[in-house]
Design a protein around this ligand. Structure first.
Ligand code: FAD
Ligand code: NA7
Length: 485
């Protein structure tokens, strides 16, 4: 019976999804424990406190380093606006890491206080199933067996390492980068997903020399026209892209530098270069292994857990949310909302389900890219090229004029229904503060935005977001989408 378990709910994983779910469950009257445990990285042994990926080794430190890099750029631009700045200004990596880590520590602290205030029992232990109602928590010293009526698995993922000689010994991942105790220097970033591009972007802005190694395409899953513009804007800033290339091995030279051998996957041609740092950004692996899921009978698919539209696994009392679920966007706000809604359905009598469609996102490259809804290729695939109208244009941000920054890649487009109401299926924007620009449009798109509404919305002048209200040229027309002067 319900009363015979230690808890109503045990949440495994104290990251974005787990914390949101645990806190909401308590608010709705459940007795809840939340486990969180971080295994150190293989070589540097980096570890961190409660809060999960986003706070410790994800969104937050990434955005802080991106901001540091943008500020460096802004200081140089300031001279053009008449500020007397020392042209030789230079960042201090150690100070930056310290500031970032101090912020993270303060968030860890606030998180623990919040859990205590909200009466969530926090257990710093690694959970593994004994059976579908029993969990073994391995603590720093000793272990504890606990039982619950219901489980929510919210264990997230960790970066992958490639299976090549030297990868683990000499390479690092985003789990190490934000606390690295030495300057990254000349860095090979392997992987062209958003994490690889973002890291390469801020490293360049901070004065280091990143190179991006791309196995196939850039930003798989994103609109490919936009993805190529993002890559081109990075190349313009002096970040080389090694295309169609995979690493073969990493060796440490006598001088401490890393010799990387690699090959072109099309020509088979091999080459090598020497780096100070090799950063693997080749995707993330769901943390299913430690959970002992066979003991509970939970099905796994490619390191992830498949769930239905209620986030239920194949086992009646076990649910999963966040990055660990199969086939859904791996983003913090998705994890948070899905976790909260699940708790409300479990304990608050709610029936509201998570809507994973039309989730807006931003790639925080030096010139940012944000989007919501369908990519052009997905819209074409779904509705056919004849049924899609793409409105597009290049634009010139006012703030770029005086410092004479390149406007070559400032571009945006709306992917819409061709006939009828011209409903907007997707919005894509490359330029400054992309996330801030797209967030509000995401609400509009979810409310059924049409091209007619968009172009009859009065813009805010002078902004870059107003460019969406000025979209007038369709790709089909063949007209030049670059603005006159
Ligand atoms: P996590 O936050 O990973 O939390 C899971 C927790 O469970 C971890 O603390 C883990 O150690 C713990 N755990 C694992 N196994 C066990 C176990 N057996 N027992 C106990 N505890 C366990 N998203 C955005 O929305 N915007 C961004 O800008 C963004 N940038 C990112 C940048 C980087 C470099 C990375 C790596 C990710 C970024 N993300 C971003 C993604 C975002 O961080 C994740 O989507 C989000 O953290 C997922 O939350 P989660 O709760 O599912 O998992
Ligand atoms: P992604 O988006 O999965 O991207 C991984 C990148 O690494 C991608 O460009 C891959 O190329 C490349 N890759 C994958 N394996 C290899 C190997 N073995 N060698 C070289 N290159 C490789 O991962 P991120 O780390 O950017 O993001 C993690 C997740 O967070 C992601 O799933 C998002 O949804 C959220 P490919 O395109 O496969 O050829």
């Amino acid at each position: 019976t319900k009363g015979s378990y230690d808890y109503d709910l045990i949440v495994i994983g104290g990251g974005s999804a787990g914390l949101a779910c645990a806190k909401e469950a308590v608010l709705n009257g459940a007795r809840v424990a939340c486990l969180d445990f971080v295994k150190p990285t293989p070589t540097l042994g980096t570890k961190w406190g409660v809060g999960g990926t986003c706070v410790n080794v994800g969104c937050i430190p990434k955005k802080l380093m991106h901001q540091a890099s943008l500020l460096g750029e802004a200081v140089h631009e300031a001279a053009a606006y008449g500020w007397n700045v020392d042209e030789k200004i230079k960042p201090d990596w150690h100070k930056l890491v310290q500031s970032v880590q101090n912020h993270i520590k303060s968030v860890n602290w606030v998180t623990r206080v919040d859990l205590r205030d909200k009466k969530v029992e926090y257990i710093n232990g690694l959970g593994s199933f004994v059976d579908s109602h029993t969990l073994l928590a391995k603590l720093k010293s000793g272990e504890r067996t606990i039982t619950a009526q219901t489980f929510v698995i919210a264990v997230g993922g960790r970066p992958r390492y490639p299976d090549i000689p030297g990868a683990v010994e000499y390479g690092i991942t985003s789990d190490d980068l934000f606390s690295l105790d030495r300057e990254p220097g000349k860095t090979l970033v392997v992987g062209a997903g958003y994490i690889g591009l973002e890291c390469a972007g801020f490293l360049k802005g901070l004065g280091y020399e990143p190179t991006v190694m791309v196995r196939s395409i850039v930003l798989r899953g994103f609109d490919q026209q936009m993805a190529e513009l993002v890559a081109a804007s990075m190349e313009e800033r002096g970040i080389p892209f090694l295309r169609k290339t995979v690493p073969l091995s990493v060796e440490k030279q006598d001088d401490g530098k890393l010799l990387v051998k690699y090959k072109n996957v099309e020509t088979g041609e091999e080459a090598e270069d020497v780096y100070d740092t090799v950063l693997w950004a080749i995707g993330r692996k769901g943390l299913v292994d430690d959970l002992n899921l066979p003991n509970a009978g939970v099905t796994v698919q490619k390191d992830k857990i498949p769930v239905d539209s209620q986030e239920a696994t194949n086992v009646a009392n076990i649910y999963a949310v966040g990055d660990i679920i199969y086939g859904k966007p791996e983003l913090t706000p998705v994890a948070v909302l899905a976790g909260r809604l699940l708790a409300r359905r479990l304990y608050g009598g709610s029936t509201q389900r998570m809507d994973y469609k039309d989730v807006a996102t931003t790639v925080f490259t030096p010139l940012e890219y944000a989007c919501v809804g369908l990519s052009e290729e997905d819209a074409v695939k779904q509705f056919g090229a004849d049924e899609i109208e793409v409105f597009h244009g290049y634009y010139k941000p006012t703030e770029f004029f005086i410092p004479q920054k390149s406007v070559r890649y400032c571009y945006l487009k709306a992917v819409a229904e061709r006939h009828g109401d011209q409903r907007v299926y997707g919005l894509h924007y490359i330029g400054p503060v992309a996330g801030e620009v797209i967030q509000g449009f995401a609400a509009a798109l979810k409310s059924g935005l049409t091209i007619n509404t968009l172009i009859n919305t009065v813009g805010i002048h002078p902004t870059t977001a107003e460019e969406f209200t000025r979209l007038a040229i369709t790709k089909r027309s063949g007209l030049d989408p670059t603005p006159a002067s």
